[in-house]
Every structure is written in structure tokens, then in C-alpha cells.
Design a protein. Structure first.
Length: 118
């Protein structure tokens, strides 16, 4: 059974940090590119960051460049999102996604809430 379980969300003050984790099971994690998306109330889901399956190449939304870092640990089947210098506009539900384009496979987690507020 495929599972992606996000954790690490919560309430943090502006300027603070959080590290999100997404633990994967039920598929060959190392074959999949991993991404973090977020969706704020009333807004469309947007791509935050991606890390490739091979080479660990990363890509970020302009709004988070220099503040967020995506990484993966294939031995632990886990992808992380380190979020620093958080802003109120970072408030959203954060989701991880696993994708293997050549195989046409894609899996989503249930999300973890991040709220940035004083």
C-alpha cells in the first residue's frame, strides 16, 4: 500500500523555521522525483520545490528561493523541506508528491498545516 505521510507542520512566528518531513512507503522511493506543494485558503495549489530522483537536482518557486531547502534521504525513504525566515504568506497546507513520469505514476500525501503568525 502506497503511503506518503507528512509531518512537522505547526504554528510559528514570522522569521521562524520549521522542517517538514514526508515519509514514503509502498513504492521504490529512489525511482521517484519528490516535490512539495502548498495550498492556501482560496488559492490554487502551487509547486514549492522539487528534487529529482537521480542526482538530487533541486528547483524552487521564486517566492521561497533562498529560504527553503528540499532534500531527500533514500535510505530512510524520506523527503524534507527546511523552511527558514518564514513569512505570513507561507501559511498553507503543505503536501508532498512522488512522481515517476516515465511510468506515469504519481502519489500524494494528506498534507500538514503550516501557520505563520504572531
Amino acid at each position: 500500500q502506497v503511503q506518503l505521510v507528512e509531518s512537522g507542520g505547526g504554528l510559528v512566528q514570522p522569521g521562524g523555521s520549521l522542517r517538514l518531513s514526508c515519509a514514503a512507503s509502498g513504492f521504490t522511493f529512489s525511482n521517484y522525483a519528490m516535490s512539495w506543494y502548498r495550498q492556501a485558503p482560496g488559492k490554487e495549489r502551487e509547486l514549492v520545490a522539487t528534487i529529482t530522483a537521480i542526482g538530487g537536482l533541486t528547483n524552487y518557486a521564486d517566492s521561497v528561493k533562498g529560504r527553503f531547502t528540499i532534500s531527500r534521504d533514500n535510505a530512510k525513504n524520506t523527503v524534507y523541506l527546511q523552511m527558514n525566515s518564514l513569512k505570513p504568506e507561507d501559511t498553507a497546507m503543505y503536501y508532498c508528491k512522488a512522481s515517476w513520469n516515465l511510468a506515469g505514476r504519481e502519489y500524494w500525501g494528506q498534507g500538514t498545516q503550516v501557520t505563520v503568525s504572531s
